[in-house]
Design a binder for this molecule. Structure first.
Ligand code: NAP
Ligand code: GCO
Length: 267
């Protein structure tokens, strides 16, 4: 029987920030493909919320949740050792944990700018640095960084986020370049505009019940004429974590309904 190139049977995947949203969908897809999953959030209440969701989906026996801020290198290293002891060696890392602050750049405190870059760029560096040595020892691994439209495009009020996600695109390419010889594939997944808590403010109905202007804007900019759902990321994420992508490296796979290809609907 031919090998299932998309199977994750027997693999351990660490998906950061996977209590809900995009990370949760990716983690669920990995479990459905045969993997065991560990996830972390910076707050206990978020971990608890995530575990309740996994339980409701009948997945609790395949997942473990931990409190850990991805920007805290000591905590990340400690968690990594705990994962190795309690679950097993990490075969797949998804750097999904992220945040955004929508503030005009000239009004943004440097500390706010730094925090966004810390979580969205330094965090993926810290966690990748923790797992790569053992991936090398074991003959390879998969790292997937959750990038963004803002890895390619700018817009008002998201300067810190765009700088971080642009940097994350280049960190992805650099990890691919530096560690590809150890059979480590590092790729990015670039969601378009996805209906999650992070984008909820951009989709809020107006007082008169009409669509948020940004909501209408995204619909006009997307050939698919809809916002993405977290589940739209499942297939691409399984592909990038599986044997099927063993010769794909340093690539950012955009899952955006065609936004990056399209000039936008004439008003
Ligand atoms: P979300 O709903 O805001 O969830 C983010 C998750 O990350 C939360 O569970 C959060 O839990 C966790 N997190 C935040 N800071 C953390 C930290 N320092 N350490 C550990 N965990 C942390 O986000 P989402 O919409 O699902 O997005 C997930 C990823 O996709 C992010 O990297 C985001 O930038 C990216 N993305 C989103 C979209 C979109 O349209 N939604 C599009 C492109 C890319 P705690 O706050 O409790 O830690
Ligand atoms: C924003 C949105 C976007 C999405 C995503 C797009 O304010 O523009 O939050 O940045 O989160 O990153 O790919």
């Amino acid at each position: 029987m031919s090998e299932n190139l998309f199977s994750l049977e027997g693999k351990v995947a660490w998906v950061t920030g996977a209590a809900y949203g995009i990370g949760y969908a990716i983690a669920k897809a990995y479990i459905e493909a045969g993997a065991k999953v560990v996830f972390n959030s910076s707050r206990q209440e978020t971990v608890d919320r995530g575990l309740k969701s996994y339980e409701a989906d009948g997945l609790l026996d395949k997942v473990k949740g931990y409190v850990c801020d991805v920007t805290d290198e000591e905590a990340v290293l400690k968690l990594y050792e705990t994962i190795r002891k309690e679950v097993g060696e990490v075969d797949i890392l998804v750097n999904n944990a992220g945040m955004i602050r929508r503030i005009p750049m000239t009004e943004m405190e440097a500390s706010e700018f730094r925090r966004v870059v810390d979580v969205d760029l330094i965090g993926p560096y810290i966690v990748s640095k923790a797992v790569i040595p053992s991936m090398i020892e074991r003959g390879g691994g998969k790292i997937i960084n959750v990038c963004s439209m803002m890895s390619e495009l700018g817009r008002e009020t998201v300067s810190a986020y765009a700088a971080a996600k642009g940097g994350l695109k280049m960190l992805t390419k650099n990890i691919a370049s530096e560690y590809g010889k150890y059979n480590i594939q590092c790729n990015g997944i670039g969601p378009g505009y996805i209906a999650t808590e992070q984008t909820a403010p951009l989709r809020e109905r107006q007082a008169d019940g009409s669509r948020h202007p940004f909501d209408s804007f995204i619909i006009a900019k997307t050939p698919a004429e809809r916002w993405g759902e977290s589940d739209d990321l499942k297939g691409p994420a399984v592909f990038l974590a599986s044997k099927a992508s063993d010769f794909v490296n340093g690539h950012i796979l955009y899952v955006d309904g065609g936004i990056l290809a399209y000039i936008g609907k004439q008003p």
